[in-house]
Each structure stands twice: as structure tokens, then as C-alpha cells.
Design a protein around this ligand. Sequence first.
Ligand SMILES: Cc1ncc(C[n+]2csc(CCOP(=O)(O)OP(=O)(O)O)c2C)c(N)n1
Ligand SMILES: [Mg+2]
Length: 325
Amino acid sequence: MGLSVERIHAMYQRMLLMRAFDEHAGAARRDNRLRGSVHEYTGQEAIAAGVCAALTDRDYISSYHRGHGHCIAKGADPVAMMLEIHGKAGGLCGGKGGSMHVADFSRGILGANGVVADGVTIAVGAAQAVRLLGEDRIVVAFFGDGALNRGPMLEALNWAKVYDLPVLFVCEDNGYSDHTRTPSVTAGPGIVARAEAFGIPADSIDGNDLLAVACSAALMVGEVRAGKGPRFLHATTCRWRGHLALDRGLYRDPAEVAGYAARDPVVLTARLLLDNGVAQSTLDEEARSASERIAAAAALAEAAPCPDPGELFTDVQDAGAPSWP
Ligand SMILES: Cc1ncc(C[n+]2csc(CCOP(=O)(O)OP(=O)(O)O)c2C)c(N)n1
Ligand SMILES: [Mg+2]
């Protein structure tokens, strides 16, 4: 499929925002300027950018613990996100969700999720609802390679195929599940074979190659939208940082991590744009402007007040006191 330079350029601008956002969030966590867990998306940006570019505002996404990039790619406001991860008033979820629960239903973002693979079942449930309501939208589930070894993932794949639901599964394979090399705990011939075992067409691509992601995602999104049932995109990538901001990653060979720079999706995409006539000065200016925008959001978030204690029980699900027989 043909992708214009303008469209790739727009995806690149989102990638710059993602990079700046998580570089800030990780540093702020390490300096104790923000509390809670922060899982940086640094190095994986091409996947969120390329997949979300194939979606409309009406489409849904679900995410996982490494979710900031998906929210930015789907159009969430980085300022409201920054307030949210700092636990401040005015945050996207009122400052009560934090990094692992960023959500924005107005943008179709059903939420990040701290429980491995559970965002995938939420996505399939949403796809079932879309089908029942006869709506014109599709759902994308983003998840890591570690999710493949959890039961809910297999239930989700099975259910999605049994009902041929409008869902695209996107596995971001960075080779690690927390501190463990995922292949060392994974049986069978691989991730694509897992999806195919359920009869779901699957493809494997280089997730650091924005063009490859955007082309495959556009193709698969088109098929899902046309009612052909679920599709599965396996995108290999690199997790630059530790599992979370406070993880120093001592279990990894420093040479391996140093090698990731050669596959930096931001640099690779910049090179692609330069080869297609975009000026270096334009790219430099955009990188500077993304950094400044995120720095301003961070300064605002650090100075912002915490949520009012009177808000403690608003927007919180309360099923009432349990009643015992
Ligand atoms: C049900 C469940 N089990 C264990 C954990 C602890 N945990 C958090 S992230 C993670 C590994 C996830 O790996 P992957 O899905 O590949 O995502 P990545 O962190 O590599 O992006 C684990 C085991 C959890 N959050 N939920
Ligand atoms: Mg992983």
C-alpha cells in the first residue's frame, strides 16, 4: 500500500512525543519526583505510531503496563497524561489512575492495565460489544510477548476467532518478560504459530521499522474492518530500559543493550524522511519542540495540586457493601 511522506512524517512527530514523554517519566521516577511504577516505552515507539495511524477516532485500543506510547499515538493529551502519572488534579483520570491506568474513553482508549494479558480480554469484550451493537469500529489489543503465556490470552484468542470478532492483536515482542528472557519460558514453535493454532491469520514484522508496521497494520486493520475476523501482528522490538524505571537491568549484557541504538526507530524514521526530501533542520526543530512541550507539561504537573480529598469516591465503582448469607 502507498503511504505518503506526509503521513509517515505525522507518525514520526507522534514518536518524538512518546520518546520525550517516557524519557521524562523515567527520569522523574528515578529522582522520586513522581511515585508509582513507570514502564518506559522507549525503543518501541514505531509500533504504536504505525498501528494507531491506521485507526479512526471511533476505534478502540486496549493497552498494558507499558502504555504511555499507545495513549499518545491514539491522541490522548500529553499534558493531561503527565498530570495523571504524577497523580495530580486535572489528570486524564482525575489523577487517581496513575501510569498503569491511563485511559481516555473519548479517544477510544480503554486503558492501560497492570495485569498481564487482561487488557486483551477487555479488547475482545469490547469487540463483542461492537458486534452486538452493530457499530462501525474495530478494536486493537496491544500486549507484550509475556502475555502469550497467560491463560486469559488464550481464552481471548479463542473467543475472538469463534465469533470472528473485529479485533487486531498486536504483540510487542521485546524478548523480555520482566527480568526473564521470554523464549526461555515459552514452549512451542513461536508466537505467530500460537495465533495460527487458533485459525487467526498472523504476520511477523520488524517493529522498529515504521514503514513495515504501518503497511502491515493498514492491511490487517482493513481486513478486520471488512468483517474478515481477527488478525494478529507480531512485531519484534527492543526494550531500551529496565523492566521499570527503578530496574537497573543488571541481568542483561550491556553489549546487547548498546546494540539497540542501531535499531532506534526514531533514528531509522528520521533517516527515511531525510531520504524522502524532509530537511534536517525541520527534523531538528521538531525534536526540540517535542522536548519543550513535554518539559512544559512536566513542570506544570509537578507544580499542580493533588486531587481534592472530596473526589476520593467519585468515578470509583461501588457495588455496595458485600452481603453474606
Ligand atoms: C497476572 C500477572 N502476573 C505477573 C505480573 C508481574 N509482571 C508485570 S510485567 C510482567 C512481564 C510482562 O512482560 P511482557 O508482557 O512481555 O511486557 P514487557 O514488560 O516486556 O513490555 C510481569 C510478569 C503481572 N503484572 N500480572
Ligand atoms: Mg516483553
